[in-house]
Design a protein around this ligand. Structure first.
Ligand SMILES: [Zn+2]
Ligand SMILES: [Zn+2]
Length: 144
């Protein structure tokens, strides 16, 4: 397995900008995260191990938590996902489409370009911040 080339700014820059100390471990986790969006922590751990052999799963967990707290990463909440999935934080209010058979997850752009994207028929007097939309379907490889 190789980590695909990243389109995001280099990991050390992102860490520095978020006020986090740059370490080889953090940079490796961040690179794994940009290369594999919507990854579970154990999946990220597999990638990071290629660069830093012997790194503990617990260490990767800790780093993902740090990155999430610093606003670099965000947790993707999907209905029925076996484990929490993470992606780079992008303030673009995008949504997700998920294959109900294999669990593949892809990004779907926000329909109107900003939150909440969808107006509820009844707000129950709440100020709506966002709509978390997951489209569920069957991908073409599972459908054939
Ligand atoms: Zn599928
Ligand atoms: Zn996403």
């Amino acid at each position: 397995m190789t980590i695909p080339a990243t389109r995001e700014p280099a990991a050390p820059d992102m860490l520095r900008r978020a006020g986090l100390r740059v370490t080889a471990q953090r940079a490796a986790v961040l690179d794994a995260l940009s290369g594999t969006p919507h990854a579970a922590v154990d999946e990220l751990h597999e990638y990071v191990q290629e660069r830093i052999p012997g790194i503990a799963l617990q260490t990767v967990h800790g780093i993902v938590n740090d990155l999430t707290a610093a606003g670099i990463a965000q947790r993707v909440s999907l209905p029925g996902a076996a484990s929490a999935l993470y992606e780079l934080a992008r303030a673009d209010n995008h949504h997700h489409v998920q294959c109900v058979v294999c669990g593949r997850v892809e990004d779907v752009e926000c329909v109107v370009g900003e939150a909440p994207c969808l107006a509820p028929s009844q707000t129950h007097d709440m100020r709506i911040l966002e709509a978390a939309i997951t489209f569920r379907g069957v991908c073409s490889s599972c459908d054939s």
